[in-house]
Design a protein around this ligand. Structure first.
Ligand SMILES: Cc1cc2nc3c(=O)[nH]c(=O)nc-3n(C[C@H](O)[C@H](O)[C@H](O)COP(=O)(O)OP(=O)(O)OC[C@H]3O[C@@H](n4cnc5c(N)ncnc54)[C@H](O)[C@@H]3O)c2cc1C
Length: 412
């Protein structure tokens, strides 16, 4: 660790503290409209989750920016249910900046099964989002993630091509794979970073929250490649350009099946709302002030009207009232929606750690001294149970129940 800085992230915006709830909602809606935050005003967001059925065919041959072996930034791509996870696009966006700073190239590592739908289909998107070179391992044994199989491929690739930086998502798979690879190669690893930069000496500076998120530490690696996992939702994807091409380098997969000791018997996907959290433009944060699930009907209605995803504080997920997977904060997920609407949330530092990248934060809390207000662009003093039905009724009057989902294009 080289240095620490206090993490001050106060927003302290406008406060609405009206005694009339209808007036409160009018002021709230006016404020959102003035900031272009009622979703029909949102411009198309290319960084949203993508599927690749319409992607242009990849052309071969590309001029690489630095093309020095050993000067490459690698992003280990992650697939989930035949979709590139948004964290991969975020890592490519940041990788692009890092590669430019070290005058190197940006490469993606794509590991998966050989079926067209599962791996090769993703090449155009990886190129569009900035990968100049794609190392691809396709083998039936790699159809699904296994620690042994993916470790073997990545370790061998790093030994062969010697990149200078290797980045993975701080996801369940990324957190499993990165330490295993680092240990095999005797490398350092910084887990769960929130940002990365290159310093004057061309070293990778890894930013990681410490002491409960109250400081950010700067970490440098003294092994090469520098390896880090990045927390989803902290970075922005680059603007995609589907005319971009990438060089495709196949990675060897011989004897891979023999190295895999895990047998996957079945895979089931629960609709936990995680995918929505990663790509949603509006997120409703549920705190203890919303009460127990019996009181969630207006919440679901509001989420439906705004095409919003739902996240929660740890206390709510600890109660089992919403799934653990959608917990926001230090020990949950980091989110980066355009609008975060915090409902009955106190604003503990551990929760704030996960909402720093939100574009605009509106909070409703009945305690005018609630800490969340210091981190909000708009603080609304009031009772959620009183205000939500009025907000819902006004949105319905405004025709929000007839508007198409802004996310439709992502799930054709
Ligand atoms: C190591 C560690 C890690 C943690 N990680 C996380 C994390 O990742 N994410 C996280 O969220 N927390 C985390 N926590 C917990 C965190 O410290 C807080 O306890 C938690 O965020 C509080 O949740 P809350 O705001 O929902 O509940 P409370 O603290 O109970 O606050 C409820 C709020 O609702 C308001 N309220 C009540 N009724 C109403 C109403 N009718 N209308 C409007 N407002 C109302 C109250 O004024 C209050 O401000 C962590 C704690 C520790 C120790």
């Amino acid at each position: 660790m080289t240095d620490v800085v206090p993490d001050t992230h106060a927003r302290e915006g406008r406060i609405i503290a009206e005694s009339n709830p209808a007036r409160t909602i009018e002021l709230l809606l006016e404020d959102l409209a003035a900031h272009g935050l009622l979703y029909q005003n949102f411009p198309e967001d290319p960084a949203a989750r993508i599927t690749l059925h319409n992607a242009a065919p990849l052309r071969q041959g590309n001029s690489l920016r630095g093309a020095l072996t050993g000067r490459a930034v690698w992003v280990v791509a992650e697939l989930e249910q035949n979709t590139i996870r948004h964290i991969t696009l975020e890592l490519l966006g940041k990788g692009n900046e890092l590669a430019a700073a070290i005058q190197g190239e940006l490469a993606a590592i794509l590991i998966g099964g050989p079926r067209a739908a599962s791996v090769a289909h993703h090449l155009p998107a990886l190129a569009a989002y900035g990968a100049e070179r794609i190392y691809m391992a396709a083998d039936p044994a790699l159809e699904h993630y296994t620690t042994e199989g993916y470790t073997a491929v990545l370790v061998r690739a790093i030994q062969t091509y010697a990149p200078s930086i290797v980045l993975l998502g701080s996801t369940a798979d990324g957190r499993d794979l990165a330490p295993r690879v680092a240990a095999r190669l005797n490398l350092g690893l910084t887990g769960d970073c929130i940002d990365l930069a290159i310093d004057e000496q061309h070293r990778l500076v890894q930013y990681k929250p410490a002491f409960g998120g109250s400081i950010i530490s700067f970490i440098l690696s003294n092994t090469t490649p520098a390896m880090a996992t990045l927390r989803p939702g902290m970075l922005h994807a680059a603007q995609p350009d589907f005319a971009r091409t990438a060089d495709i380098i196949p990675l060897p997969t011989d004897h891979i099946a023999e190295q895999i000791r895990t047998t996957i018997v079945e895979r089931t996907y629960r609709d936990t709302g995680v995918a929505e959290l990663e790509s949603a433009k509006i997120i409703l944060g549920v705190g203890m002030g919303m009460g127990a699930p019996a009181a969630y009907a207006p919440l679901r209605q509001l989420a439906h009207l705004l095409h919003a995803a739902i996240g929660a504080t740890r206390n709510v997920t600890d109660q089992g009232w919403l799934p653990k997977q959608i917990q926001i904060g230090l020990t949950g997920r980091a989110i980066a929606p355009r609008l975060y609407l915090a409902l009955g949330i106190r604003g503990a530092a551990e929760h704030i750690a996960g909402i720093r990248k939100a574009g605009y934060i509106v909070s409703i809390n009945k305690n005018k001294r609630a800490p969340i207000f210091r981190h909000s662009n708009l603080a609304v003093v009031g009772d959620v149970h009183e205000l939500l039905p009025i907000l819902i009724a006004r949105l319905e009057e405004m025709g929000f129940d007839n508007l198409p989902s802004p996310n439709n294009y992502a799930s054709e």
